[in-house]
Design a protein around this ligand. Structure first.
Ligand code: C2E
Ligand code: MG
Ligand code: MG
Length: 409
């Protein structure tokens, strides 16, 4: 079946499920005003489901009220999951924002495509915004599907033949905009497939005992590149991502010490960003190694703080001196009371422990302004600078100084 790429044509049918007759009429009317004529309304979940059997589901949008007397919205979501619904969803409720957010998270965990949620009474502009987003989201999903799956053997060849390269993303001081460090982010320069992001091969590397080799290469390259920056007068810290799995053996520490000696980079110019690993074997060995590294003045950063992989228990046990607040709590926090609350709490927590804070995922000027005066020390994100190659940093630094001068006024 042919699918148009824009506007109402990309959607063949909209199904509204809401027990409130007035809402049904209002929404149908709002949709027809913006050109969506093929709208069917149901005041009961089961009837809607019966109707949906046989529809072309991936071009169907369901606008779902969460509060319904017979089958409630959450049960409806389960049925959609069971039916492997491939269309898109918009959730509507008169309940508070947090209930809507939880329902949205739940639906996503069922692998349902959720465009967003709407508070009653539904605003026309909001509704239209989400419908437009659908087209963009579809494109993103298609890109995702194009990703290849790689074998461990192929990855091993890539590591040995030097196909992995470090990109670097700047970290700047919030109060002055000054560049104080970079984070090394590994990429695979695949000869046919182009630049491949780490999420596509880090798990594979961990599962096949290739992660140590990657950590070693990334670390060595980061130290070599630090010396390149030093020569051009850029004195900054460099952060390397380490999975706790890398600390399953004592080998890593001696490798690291050797590399520091060879490069002449001092330990306090290096930051290790630590994330938990599913495959971590011996927690006491990890604690031992991290404490040793800290004693030698290497900086330790708890990465993705606030997510399932990064917890209070780790903060209690490991002598971290930097905390990176996960982008999920930074981007859009200006606009979301829950994120705002968690963000402020994390800053306070870090302050109580006397450790530095970095906000990840600063994507736009609104995110940046939100951080101003928040008490956070450092910022990192696409708004400031995308991950780049070693030699691009100096040019970026000049451009950022000009941009910062404008946003700081
Ligand atoms: P991470 O350490 O939390 O790194 C930050 C990730 O967020 C990077 O993705 C970066 O490109 C992305 N990012 C930066 N600014 C923004 C922004 O404003 N908005 C959004 N949405 N994203 C932003 P990347 O490079 O794809 O890396 C993903 C993860 O892969 C990293 O998350 C890290 O956990 C892991 N990783 C990267 N390099 C290595 C490595 O050398 N070793 C290991 N073990 N893991 C690595
Ligand atoms: Mg990191
Ligand atoms: Mg992170």
């Amino acid at each position: 079946m042919e699918q148009q790429d824009e506007g109402p044509q990309a959607i063949t049918q909209i199904v509204i499920v809401d027990d409130d007759q007035f809402q049904l009429k209002l929404l149908s009317h709002q949709l027809s005003m913006v050109g969506y004529k093929n709208v069917i309304a149901f005041d009961d979940g089961q009837t809607a489901l019966n109707h949906m059997v046989g529809l072309v589901l991936d071009t169907t949008i369901v606008i779902l009220d969460l509060n319904m007397p017979n089958m409630d919205g959450l049960e409806f979501l389960q049925k959609l999951r069971d039916a492997k619904f491939t269309g898109a969803l918009l959730l509507v409720s008169g309940e508070d924002e947090r209930v809507l957010q939880s329902a949205e998270t739940l639906a996503s965990s069922y692998d349902l495509l959720v465009l967003g949620h709407l508070n009653k009474p539904v605003q026309q502009e909001q509704l239209q915004k989400y419908l437009k987003q659908l087209v963009a989201q579809r494109e993103k999903l298609l890109v995702g599907e194009k990703q290849h799956i790689y074998s461990a053997e192929r990855l091993k060849v890539a590591i040995e033949s030097g196909e992995l390269v470090n990109f670097y993303q700047p970290k700047v001081l919030l109060h002055s905009g000054e560049l104080v460090g970079v984070e090394a982010l590994v990429r695979w320069e695949h000869p046919e497939d182009g630049l491949i992001l780490p999420d596509n091969f880090i798990d594979l590397a961990e599962e096949n005992e290739l992660i140590d080799k990657i950590a070693q290469q990334v670390l060595r390259n980061a130290l070599v590149d630090s010396n390149i920056w030093k020569k051009s007068g850029i004195n900054i810290t460099v952060a390397v991502n380490i999975s706790m799995y890398n600390l399953n053996t004592r080998e890593f520490i001696s490798y690291l010490e050797n590399e520091l000696l060879t490069s002449g980079i001092s330990p306090n110019e290096l930051i290790l960003e630590v994330t938990e690993s599913k495959l971590m074997k011996d927690y006491s060995l990890v604690l031992d190694m991290l404490t040793r590294l800290r004693l030698r003045r290497v900086n330790l950063s708890i990465d993705d703080f606030g997510t399932g992989h990064s917890s209070m228990a780790q903060l209690r046990d490991i002598p971290f001196n930097e905390l990176k607040i996960d982008k999920g709590f930074v981007h859009s926090a200006y606009d979301n009371a829950t994120l705002h609350g968690i963000f402020d709490g994390s800053i306070q927590l870090a302050k109580n422990l006397g450790i530095k804070t970095v906000a990840e995922g600063v994507e736009n000027e609104a995110d940046w302004s939100f951080l101003d005066g928040s008490g956070c020390d450092l910022a990192q994100g696409f708004f400031i600078g995308r991950p780049m190659r070693v030699l691009e940093l100096s040019e970026w630094k000049t451009q950022w100084a000009e941009r910062y001068a404008k946003i700081a006024v």
